[in-house]
Design a protein around this ligand. Structure first.
Ligand SMILES: O=C1O[C@H](COP(=O)(O)O)[C@@H](O)[C@H](O)[C@H]1O
Length: 221
């Protein structure tokens, strides 16, 4: 019997492939924004197999932990190891860290790096944590209000619940995208999403800010 999480990853990869292919008929370059964490591994592996003209695909992250590129916690490392393989290694990957000590010091340089990309993104694939965070928009982050309202592309965030400082695309920049997908697994996250759908306070469950994008939900047990 096929693993439902692998089947979900294949379905999501097919949907993202179709979306990028559609936009590539009209645009020279397309931008794909992906999330990190643990959930996207099988999706990345499935997407990497798709016959895209990868040199015309730009990839960046919804968010990043302020860690070394080799760290197990690096979202960029996840993308490099699981998505940018085979033909997909020809994609242009724009990362969200610098050699600066802090994201506050690096954020302007990263903003200059991401600005030339092919915005609006064709596709944003969001993840969600058990606390309802998405990208690095955390309920307990003092910068959540700023990240939800700023017109800037990026915000440096410090979140008491998280071991490292982070950088995140702002809600405005994520909202701009043509298509939004949410990739989650497990009954616990389904319950969190159910709670999110039953209320409207984005400070409690930041995923709420994206529920009406519209958001294509990809869930498996
Ligand atoms: O910290 C993060 O968490 C979320 C969810 O990750 P998961 O491990 O529960 O799949 C992720 O979407 C985000 O990009 C990441 O930085």
């Amino acid at each position: 019997m096929s693993n439902p999480r692998n089947a979900l990853a294949q379905q999501l990869a097919e949907a993202v492939y179709q979306a990028l292919s559609d936009d590539l008929e009209r645009q020279d370059k397309v931008l794909l924004v992906v999330s990190g964490g643990s959930t996207p591994v099988a999706f990345f592996a499935a997407l990497a197999q798709k016959p895209l003209p990868w040199a015309r695909v730009q990839v960046t992250l919804a968010d990043e932990r302020w860690v070394d590129a080799q760290s197990q916690d690096s979202n960029a490392r996840l993308v490099r190891e699981h998505l940018l393989i085979g033909e997909a290694a020809n994609a242009e990957f724009v990362t969200l860290t610098t050699s600066d000590e802090t994201p506050e010091q690096g954020v302007d340089e990263i903003a200059r790096r991401v600005e030339p990309l092919a915005w609006p993104a064709s596709v944003v694939v969001l993840g969600m944590g058990g606390d309802g965070h998405t990208a690095s928009l955390f309920p307990d982050s003092p910068e959540l209000g700023l990240a939800m309202t700023t017109d800037e592309a990026l915000v440096a965030v410090r979140t008491p619940s998280q071991p490292q400082p982070r950088i995140t695309l702002s809600a405005a920049r994520l909202h701009q995208a043509r298509r939004h997908f949410l990739h989650i697994t497990g009954d616990d996250k389904r319950a969190v999403l159910g709670s999110a759908m039953g209320g409207d306070d984005v400070r409690q469950l930041p995923i709420r800010a994206f529920l009406s994008c519209p958001l294509a939900i990809y869930w498996a047990p």
